[in-house]
Structure formats: structure tokens, C-alpha cells
Design a protein around this ligand. Structure first.
Ligand code: DP6
Length: 330
């Protein structure tokens, strides 16, 4: 017997970042975070629970995934199987429409789509909050790819209290995200390992203690569409996370010369009156955020920089969504 569902989810870019956990197994983060889903970029995932399977299977972009990725997926599937009170194994087939290894975190969209597809295939009826909690255990940032638009993830203190919610729909603010690739090199240390060593930085305590203040400023600026305030707090938050990364044991240096060239250029452009800011995740590539009306000017400026390898463009995206329910009984 087979039971299949297919779902899609967008990755997201955090304006206030998640870095470090209170509980690594459940991915209860050290601080709350705030993000925007990225329209046009998505992971589509088909999950088929099949009584003929002896093991879970995972195919990513038409290739069999490695053991580490499969274990991470099976751990989330186990949690969902426990809820459904079944033991049936599943085949998971996942495809990203954006290039992998470009520093766009695919774990957020992947685990959000996986959660929605698995839960649906098993006929479980879960709320958005419950989906976000489950997705969080697969990848923290995936909790933010379940709801749509602009999303805040409450850090909480346990599984029940840690989940993400929409604070404004995608239509709220016409922001553009230029994802600027300065390197295609695979990053050496992934986010999951980075979260594990965040507390070794003497700066992490200060960053976490100040997180509520930054969240409050960012949320208010976003709701009021106050770009100058938004830009300052988004860059500060990114720089604070990278300060923690660089002062961890071992230190993590994600920036490359091209990263710094563009950071400096953005500072100058903003001082000249162009509304644009940068934010950088666990890699060398940058996200440049600007209001839609400034996007042509930002694009022109970027075109003149030598370190820009390529650019992807995105705007605020919707929630994780179901593509195919096809339940024939488990
Ligand atoms: C720098 O969600 O990728 O992008 O929970 O281990 O899967 P895991 O980590 P992940 O961490 C994201 C880190 C970040 C900041 C952010 O998106 O908030």
C-alpha cells in the first residue's frame, strides 16, 4: 500500500538571524528571528510512504543523497510516524529550482516541504503552528518557511513554545532581494555545526541578550515600512552574527574579498541616498535588500562590480503549499 503527497516551500532570508541553540536536538534557538520567504525559489518534495520499502530513501535533484542527509530526513520522518502511529518507510524525492552550493540555504525550504508532504501523505491534520514546530526539528530555519510572507520565529523554551508565525503577508512591502554570488565554493562549515559552537564565542551572550531589542526595532520598521531604520538594524544583526562566528572556537570566517567589497559599496550607496542594505548568512554570498522602486538602480550599481559572479532576484513569497494529495490508504 502506498500513500503519496507532494508539497513546495520557499527558502527564506533572515533579517534578524538564528545562530546557536538552547537545545540542539529539538533546535530550540538561543534567540528569536525574523525573515522573508523568497518567491520564485523553491523546493518541491514528494513523499511516498510504501509498505514494500525496508528503508527510507532520499533522492535530491535526481541523485541518491548521502548517509548524513538521509539520517537527518529519517529522524524527522520518525517523529511524524510516531504521531501517525505507523512504522511504514518512505521514499522522499526532492528538487530545488535554485542552484545548490550557492549559499542559498536549501535546508529551510527542503524541511518545510518535507514536513507538509509527509504529514499530508499520512492523513494527519495539523495546524500551521504544529507544522512549523515539526519543520523546526529538521532545520531551525525551516520553521520560518511554513508560514507565508514576513515571518517571526519565537525562540520559546521548549518544543511547544518554539514556532514561527506570519507578522505581515507577502503583499505588505514590495522589497526586492538580490542574492549576489561572489563565490561558488562549497562552504567548509555548515550552519548545524556552527550552531553547536556558537556558545564558545564570548560575544554570543551579548548578541543573544540584545536580540529582543533588535527584533523589536526590526519588526516595527518592517510593519511601518521604515527602510532607513530597517537597513541599519538588518546590517547590525548580520554583523553581530558574523562577529560571533569569527570569535568561535574554531573561528568561522565566511567572508571573502568580494563579500567585503560589496559590503563597503552598499555603505557608500546608502550614504548617497540609495535605499539598500546587505545581510549575509553562513557563506560568502550577500543578500541585498531594497524597496522595489530602488531595484533598477541597485542592479545597475551591482553590474559595475568585478566580484559579482551572478545574481538571483527574489521578492516576498507565500507559505509552504500542497501540490498533490493522492491518498490511497496506508
Ligand atoms: C545563518 O536553519 O540552516 O542562515 O537548524 O542546523 O538546520 P539548522 O541551521 P539553519 O541555520 C540558519 C542560519 C542562518 C541564519 C538564519 O537563517 O536565521
Amino acid at each position: 500500500m502506498k500513500s503519496t503527497a507532494k508539497a513546495a516551500a520557499h527558502p527564506n532570508i533572515a533579517f534578524i538571524k538564528y545562530w546557536g541553540n538552547q537545545n540542539h536536538d529539538l533546535r530550540i534557538p538561543s534567540n528569536g528571528s525574523l525573515s522573508m520567504n523568497l518567491k520564485g525559489l523553491e523546493t518541491q518534495t514528494t513523499v511516498s510512504f510504501d509498505t514494500d520499502l525496508e528503508q527510507d530513501q532520499l533522492i535530491i535533484n535526481t541523485e541518491s543523497a548521502d548517509e548524513g542527509a538521509l539520517t537527518r530526513v529519517s529522524t524527522l520522518l520518525d517523529r511524524i510516524r510516531e504521531l501517525a502511529e505507523i512504522k511504514t518507510r518512505a521514499q522522499v524525492v526532492s528538487e530545488n529550482n535554485f542552484p545548490t552550493g550557492t549559499g542559498i540555504a536549501s535546508s529551510a525550504s527542503a524541511f518545510a516541504a518535507l514536513t507538509l508532504a509527509s504529514v499530508t501523505a499520512l492523513g494527519l491534520c495539523l495546524s500551521e503552528k504544529e507544522l512549523s514546530q515539526l519543520a523546526r526539528t529538521g532545520s531551525g530555519s525551516a520553521s520560518r518557511s511554513i508560514p507565508g510572507g514576513f515571518v517571526e520565529w519565537q525562540a520559546g523554551i521548549d518544543h511547544d513554545s518554539s514556532f514561527a508565525e506570519t507578522i505581515a503577508p507577502a503583499e505588505h512591502w514590495d522589497l526586492v532581494d538580490f542574492i549576489v554570488l561572489v563565490s561558488r565554493e562549497h562552504k567548509k562549515t555548515g550552519s548545524s555545526q556552527g550552531h553547536q559552537i556558537a556558545d564558545t564565542s564570548p560575544l554570543q551572550k551579548v548578541r543573544v541578550e540584545d536580540a529582543k531589542r533588535r527584533l523589536d526595532i526590526c519588526r516595527k520598521a518592517l510593519l511601518e515600512k521604515d527602510f532607513p531604520t530597517f537597513a541599519e538594524i538588518v546590517e547590525l544583526d548580520s554583523n553581530m552574527m558574523h562577529s560571533v562566528m569569527m570569535t568561535s572556537d574554531p573561528p568561522l570566517y565566511y567572508w571573502q574579498p568580494g563579500t567585503l567589497e560589496i559590503m563597503a559599496a552598499v555603505q557608500i550607496w546608502r550614504s548617497e541616498g540609495l535605499p539598500v542594505c546587505f545581510t549575509i548568512d553562513a557563506g560568502p554570498n550577500l543578500h541585498l535588500i531594497c524597496p522595489a522602486e530602488a531595484s533598477e538602480a541597485v542592479k545597475r550599481k551591482l553590474g559595475a562590480l568585478v566580484n559579482v559572479k551572478s545574481i538571483l532576484t527574489s521578492t516576498p513569497g507565500g507559505p509552504a503549499r500542497l501540490l498533490e494529495p493522492e491518498i490511497t490508504g496506508v
